[in-house]
Ligand binder design. Structure first.
Ligand code: ZN
Length: 470
């Protein structure tokens, strides 16, 4: 597998710490609002990365945080607390808001059929871990206490910003809000590990700590949760591209200072989804959620297909026009698959199967080139191999791409006209089922011909028999 590593800014051969075992960490949502479809692009691509690794023979263990405390609207140490903003907006408590949007995020993941990681950890459940890490950082001189807060001392590091050669002091924290300088810091890039002096008097979530009652900074949450669930050696850390600075930069700083050795080998960043007016956000333009797309008639797998047509390291322009063309392509693709012969069982042509499977695998192994992986689907359909081999290949590809290519086999609504199937045909289907159960295949074939003469055909699948109009 070849993968682009944001830290070295090159495509590298992917070699995990432990041969075929992969530890993977994903920055999870801050649960103060719905996820917009730009956020979801990252989760889709991370899911494809995990599925691809599994398909290529790796064993993957994955963890994700749910940020329910400590994330300020600037991504740094300034701005408003996002959870408090959500609570204020909805006149609810912070915990109610956290629960509501954690559930909403889960629904989005389910709609997209994304795998829920092995470990999903709410930030508020790990306070003892933050305190342990921060205490050690203070004892080893990497952190200091100043006027109520604990800060990480970035001047103690040889190289603080690791995703490029820029000097971090030239990097800006997001594009949000006005920058307020915190005069209690020793260096401009120092960041808060633990807040006790909060300007938010109504900060609802506070814990006792050696430095006073307060709450953790956002960055320490991901470091602690990753260390706790996946250990001190991480293979891949994922997130949206805007997490590179300050979030991931700070994660590296504090984690490696804490463990005393190199932490994460590969950084996987997904580029932005943009609209004509710029980067998608929750506060400007139409608030695009998966549910909104669904209401407008775009199935979640259509949005996923739309994302897969582009490479994850390229900005993706969203418009209803581009989504419509993806939908068109997707519908046509499914129509072609529906026309395959599901009834006869040919022998799988092993050499052709392996050739296409190799093609599919090498597109995934080529820095997750999902558009080439989709091309493999078309190449299979175009080829003159028998339909049983085609179906087997496409089903296998769909375990990675996961775009519901065979949904029609068990989806009532797509089961063409099944609601109006004449009772005569339904009776014959029942008779045929009994004949097959009694192993009277000759009789079953005869009944099938009778069904055909009435203008219907049946498809036997592992999930049951479905009927379609001829
Ligand atoms: Zn994170």
């Amino acid at each position: 597998m070849k993968l682009y590593n944001s830290e070295t800014r090159t495509i590298e051969e992917f070699i995990p710490y432990d041969e075929k075992k992969v530890n993977m960490y994903t920055c999870g949502p801050t649960v103060y609002h719905f996820a917009h479809i730009g956020n979801l692009r990252s989760y889709i691509m991370e899911d494809i990365l995990e599925r691809s690794l599994r398909y290529l023979g790796y064993d993957v263990k994955r963890a994700m945080n749910i940020t329910d405390v400590g994330h300020l609207s600037s991504d740094g140490d300034t701005g408003e607390d996002k959870m408090l903003l959500g609570a204020k907006r909805e006149n609810k408590t912070v915990m109610q808001v956290a629960q509501e949007y954690t559930d909403a995020f889960k629904r989005d993941m389910e709609m997209l059929n994304l795998k829920w990681p092995e470990y999903v950890v709410p930030a508020t459940s790990c306070v003892a871990d933050y305190i342990k890490i921060i205490s050690k950082l203070i004892n080893t001189g990497y952190a200091y206490y100043s006027h109520g807060n604990v800060y990480f001392d970035t001047s103690k590091l040889g190289k603080y910003y690791r995703f490029g050669n820029e000097d971090a002091s030239n990097l800006s924290v997001g594009v949000r809000e006005t920058v307020e300088e915190d005069e209690n810091k020793k260096n401009k890039n120092d960041f808060v590990l633990w807040f006790t002096k909060s300007k938010f008097e109504n900060q609802a979530l506070k814990w006792d700590s050696p430095w006073g009652v307060g709450y953790p900074g956002w960055h320490i949450e991901c470091s602690a949760i990753s260390l706790k669930t996946l250990g001190e050696h991480l293979d891949i850390h994922c997130g949206g591209i805007d997490n590179r600075f300050p979030h991931h930069t700070n994660e590296i700083a504090q984690t490696e200072s804490y463990t005393g050795h190199r932490w994460c080998k590969y950084w996987f960043h997904v580029e932005h989804l943009i609209t004509k007016s710029g980067k998608m956000s929750k506060s400007s333009g139409e608030f695009l959620t998966l549910s909104l797309l669904k209401q407008k008639g775009y199935a979640p797998e259509v949005y996923k297909f739309f994302c897969l047509l582009s490479h994850y390291r390229k900005q993706l322009l969203f418009s209803y026009d581009t989504l419509d063309s993806a939908k068109n392509m997707y519908d046509k693709l499914k129509d072609r698959i529906k026309k395959l012969n599901f009834n006869e069982n040919f022998n799988i042509d092993k050499s052709v199967y392996e050739k296409f499977d190799e093609q599919f695998k090498s597109s995934l192994a080529n820095d997750l080139n999902t558009s080439l992986a989709i091309t493999a689907i078309y190449d299979v359909l175009k080829s003159d191999v028998n339909d049983t081999t085609k179906v087997a290949l496409l089903k296998s590809f769909d375990t990675v791409l996961n775009i519901n290519l065979f949904g029609f086999l068990n989806n009532e609504q797509e089961n063409q006209g099944s609601k109006e199937v004449p009772s005569e045909v339904l009776k014959l289907i029942e008779d045929r089922k009994i004949a097959k159960q009694n192993k009277n295949f000759e009789q079953a074939d005869k009944i099938r011909l009778s069904i055909k003469s009435l203008g219907y055909d049946i498809i036997d699948t592992r999930e049951g028999t479905i009927v379609k109009k001829l």
